[in-house]
Design a protein around this ligand. Structure first.
Ligand code: G3H
Length: 541
């Protein structure tokens, strides 16, 4: 069968879908969580179509997998009221609970979340088209992240469980919550990236309103009960709906203290401006990126091709950290392209449940049209698709396209494609990729491929000031999660990592007293009698 024929037959018949994966699909979700209650919604629903289409009488059709509530401003403001009351100006039960007790709640949450693994993974796969293997990985990575977060908080608390005495002043310094946090995650890691802000926000004592992403909302249904049972009422509120109708009223209220958004900079900028007191708003943003790879002429080509392939096409290029433009030294461009094209066309493509599948349908509606538009623009301006069947579309499936040679007048040179299009540019002078990075509106990461320590060293020093991670002979990536994950320019605001996230969702605050006998007696009395959660020297073991 030719490649084009295989692409044309990429979608399964209903009967080809493993029965286990069809269980409970379609799934109509009506619950949402406000003030410790799972309320039932009887209004309009958003109907969810999977990126996985199904072949009906030879014609691929979108596959309905369920629906979720389209709440309104009213319910959004009820969620806000619940979060504001639970925080109660920092006097609520949750923000004043001891760190050890908050960790205890989180342990129960992990235990209950693990019980829902199979269902969450199944919904994740259906909703965003991520391979089953990678959906499982996303779940497991999230559990690890939560466990690491608990351990990092224990460490932080241990360090803070002591007094400092400086210039005759006794002080105890701890991190305290910020207030009400609005969390919104992206569709590409709807569980993991959302929880990498939600969990630290909660564990630091904030109260939270969570709006799951448009694609990747159903998978929160199995967690509603868990959140409801484990956390005190109002501490976590989960609302669903169109972002543009339910989020602006929250921001306009002025009652959101932290905006945690993994999404795009235009949304972030609009939302930030809606807050009536921007100085009271902290933002933790993970935004767009256009990470380049620079392949030097002495690069190990097998390694460079392998890493560029993973970097460009893991989860179909739908990662903020994906390599989105490849600069290749002219001296090796022919050999690099030959190997790249061959590797791309050997990739296994198909449905998410297939063993070893790598390329799957793209998640967003209209995405294949957008990608075709990018490719057509590049072709009109002198590039070619150099791999067989590159850019072939069947329904929501887009076969990866290697575009060469790309130049700055093409849209794909500037726009974040967030999909399986690989733009390649030859360069003669190393200044060319560096200039690209200087003028890019993004500044997340870069990958350099080469062997010469002198040349790599000369690149590291200018590039660390353009981006926030320089990867040597490997693709760009977020992990390991203990490493700082951030970006410059329009790529991020704030830094996330297991320990940094605890910091961004909290503020340092201290109790201080002159070292007089009276003050010493007061402090000793409070500590000895365990009268305060803050002024305490308890050591979490
Ligand atoms: O979409 C952006 C993610 O943070 C990327 O994470 O590098 O682990 O795929 P990753």
């Amino acid at each position: 069968m030719s490649l084009i024929e295989k692409i044309n037959r990429v979608f399964p018949q209903n009967s080809d879908i493993p029965t286990g994966l069809q269980q409970g699909i379609p799934f109509s979700q009506t619950g949402y969580l406000i003030n410790g209650e799972i309320r039932q919604w009887e209004g309009p629903q958003h109907h969810v179509l999977s990126p996985v289409w199904v072949n009906i009488d030879g014609v691929p059709e979108p596959f309905p997998i369920g629906s979720y509530p389209l709440l309104t401003e009213k319910e959004a403001l009820e969620a806000l009221d619940a979060a504001v009351s639970a925080y109660d100006h920092g006097r609520g039960a949750w923000p004043t609970l001891s760190v050890a007790e908050r960790i205890h709640h989180m342990e129960r949450f992990v235990f209950r979340m693990l019980e829902q693994k199979e269902r969450i993974v199944q919904l994740l796969m259906w909703e965003v088209g991520k391979s089953l293997k990678d959906s499982i990985k996303e779940f497991d990575r999230t559990i690890c992240y939560i466990k690491d977060t608990m351990n990092a908080l224990k460490d932080l608390d241990r360090i803070s469980s002591r007094f400092a005495i400086e210039e005759g002043i006794i002080g105890q310094i701890r991190r305290a919550p910020m207030g009400v946090v609005l969390c919104m995650g992206p569709f590409n890691y709807p569980l993991n990236e959302t929880l990498t802000t939600l969990i630290p926000a909660l564990i630091m004592g904030n109260t939270v309103i969570l709006k799951p992403p448009k694609h990747g909302a159903l998978l929160y249904a199995p967690l509603l009960d868990v959140f409801c049972d484990v956390f005190p009422k109002g501490v976590i509120n989960i609302i669903y709906g169109e972002g543009h109708s339910i989020i602006p009223p929250l921001m306009r209220s002025g009652s959101i203290h932290v905006l945690a958004l993994i999404g795009n900079s235009s949304t972030a900028n609009i939302l930030k401006k809606l807050h009536p007191k921007p100085n009271r708003l902290r933002c933790v943003l993970g935004l767009e990126a256009k990470n380049p790879a620079i392949v030097l002429k002495d690069a190990d080509l097998d390694l460079a091709v392998q890493e560029c392939l993973l970097g460009c096409l893991s989860f179909n290029g739908q990662r903020c950290t994906a390599l989105k433009i490849l600069f290749v030294a002219s001296a090796i461009q022919d050999e690099f392209l030959k190997r790249l094209v061959s590797a791309v066309n050997k990739l296994c493509f198909g449905m998410p449940w297939q063993e070893d599948v790598f390329i799957t349908p793209v998640a967003e509606k209209g995405k294949t049209d957008y990608l075709q538009g990018l490719v057509a623009d590049a072709i009109a301006k002198g590039a070619a698709v150099i791999n067989e069947a590159g850019g072939t579309v069947n329904g929501s499936f887009f076969f990866p396209a290697v575009l060469y040679p790309v130049h700055e007048r093409m849209r794909v040179y500037h726009e974040e494609q967030f999909g399986p299009v690989i733009p390649v540019l030859p360069f003669n002078d190393i200044k060319e990729p560096i200039e690209y990075m200087i003028h890019s509106v993004y500044g997340q990461q870069v990958s350099i491929f080469g062997k010469d320590p002198d040349q790599i060293a000369q690149l590291i020093d200018p590039l660390v000031n353009q981006v926030c991670r320089v990867n040597i002979n490997s693709q760009c990536q977020r992990g390991p999660d203990i490493f700082p994950f951030t970006g410059r320019k329009d790529s991020a605001e704030g830094t996330l990592s297991v320990s940094d996230a605890l910091r961004v969702f909290s503020i340092r605050t201290l109790v201080a007293a002159k070292q007089t006998q009276m003050n010493k007696d007061i402090i000793t009395g409070i500590v000895r009698n365990h009268q305060s959660q803050f002024l305490a020297t308890d050591f979490i073991l």
